[in-house]
Design a protein around this ligand. Structure first.
Ligand code: AMP
Ligand code: MG
Length: 415
């Protein structure tokens, strides 16, 4: 039997080939979960001007020396500065300005006395008229209750690095600095191909011997989940002209990746292989893994191509192992994939290939226990539905006895 290629070697070659994608501009409102393409610096200070942190009175702090409830400092109120307004004059000694949170402090002001700490009960009065005088009940330090220009961010500072995935806080910050459109990494456009005389689409009748095309839908979900844009093409029949037309149509879309499921197993491969030879440079790998030994990989007219094995579980597992990391590199995203260690509940067997066993996880006392999801046949899609993760038996090992620990690659969040 020819030497099998290790998972790690295959993945290393794949990742080496992937070229991160270029960028496109998006509007801020469309930017959630996109990846920033280049560092973003603040074009202004934040806050952009000194402003009040409280509703109250802008004062000169020296005017409040030794002030208390018993001996308030009485100040003359000379102006009103609501949010959004600009001060009309500087504060002179003995003067105060009524000010709202976020409003710019006037020149000469060196502290803000919160309204609760004055004799003004404007909220109770319900009367917005400016009083002539205000009594301040505390002694304020220089700068008290003032938010200084640039104290959060100084103009020119880098606030987001290339590669940051935009979350709501980033959206808020980009709005604050006036970034209405900016460069994000393009989403990988991925064409999905299916071929086989046995396949019908989901809305078609299931005549004798037929099965529904499962993989192209599952793959579309996986691609979308990985931040890509899936494009499903109609099923090709098992003949040369249909398959050739399908591949040419895929290339005409000029995608960033093409994924086909099926057609790479022994016996099925010939037609697809002929078309691949015409259009590109594809290797037919035999990988030391289970499920998913056969994998076609290479480039069609320069576009990365994966020919995944057709059994639905194999398709999904090989996507996890090879395609998801490849898409992450194209999309310039960190591959945030979690592996944890679990104690297996029953014996798991392998044939010496690295094997990915579908398991359900449960917290039992201090342990995380992995239970097999039943039949591990590569056609048994139910094993994927029930699985929280893939328990990995390393190559060379044929038995993982109950009670031993295995690494589990999570397929969904597990708390
Ligand atoms: P093949 O590589 O063409 O021999 O296919 C291997 C197995 O995967 C066969 O049982 C196919 O019927 C099945 N298969 C291939 N493509 C799909 C698909 N798109 N959806 C579901 N099963 C498929
Ligand atoms: Mg087939």
């Amino acid at each position: 039997m020819p030497q099998l290629l290790s998972v790690d070697k295959a993945l290393a070659q794949i990742l080496d080939d992937m070229q991160p994608l270029d960028s496109e501009n998006v509007a801020l409102a469309e930017a959630l979960d996109r990846v920033i393409a280049s560092d973003i610096a603040a074009p202004l200070d934040l806050p952009p001007f000194d402003n009040s942190a409280m509703d109250g009175y802008a004062i000169r702090h020296k005017d409040s020396v030794n002030a208390s409830q018993q001996q308030p400092a009485t100040l003359r109120v000379t102006q009103d500065i609501p949010a959004g307004a600009a001060p009309t004059s500087a504060l002179q000694p003995g003067q105060a300005a009524r000010i709202m949170t976020g409003a710019p402090i006037p020149p000469g002001c060196s502290a803000v006395a919160p309204v609760e700490d004055t004799n003004d009960n404007w909220r109770k009065r319900g009367n917005p008229a400016l009083p002539e005088e205000v009594q301040v009940y505390s002694d304020y330090a220089f700068g008290a209750n003032i938010r200084r220009k640039g104290e959060n961010i100084e103009r020119g500072a880098t606030i987001m690095r290339a590669g940051t995935v935009i979350q709501p806080a980033e959206i808020g910050m980009l709005a604050a600095i006036g970034c209405a459109r900016f460069a994000v990494v393009r989403k990988p456009k991925v064409v999905i191909l299916s071929s086989g005389d046995e396949l019908v689409d989901v809305h078609e009748a299931l005549d004798a011997g037929k099965i529904r095309d499962t993989n192209s839908y599952a793959l579309a979900g996986l691609i979308r989940q990985a931040g890509g844009i899936p494009i499903r093409l109609p099923i090709a029949r098992d003949n040369l002209s249909d398959i050739r037309a399908l591949y040419n149509r895929a290339l005409g879309i000029n995608p960033d990746m093409i994924i086909s499921s099926a057609g790479v197993s022994v016996g099925a491969a010939d037609l697809v292989r002929e078309v691949m030879d015409e259009l590109g440079d594809i290797d037919f790998w035999r990988i030391n893994m289970r499920p998913g030994k056969p994998l076609a990989y290479g480039a069609l007219q320069g576009i990365p191509f994966f020919g995944l094995p057709g059994n639905p579980v194999s398709t999904m597992v090989t996507f996890e192992v090879f395609v998801r990391p490849a898409l992450a590199k194209l999309a310039r995203r960190a591959l945030r994939r979690k592996t944890l260690t679990a104690t297996i509940a029953e014996d798991l067997r392998s044939d010496g290939r690295r094997s990915y066993n579908r398991v359900r996880l449960a917290r039992e006392g201090a342990c995380i226990v992995a239970h097999s999801t039943g039949s591990q046949s590569s056609g048994a899609l139910m094993s994927m539905l029930l699985a929280d993760g893939l328990a990995i038996i390393p190559e060379g090992q044929r038995l993982a006895p109950a009670g031993s620990e295995l690494p589990v690659l999570l397929l969904r969040p597990f708390e």
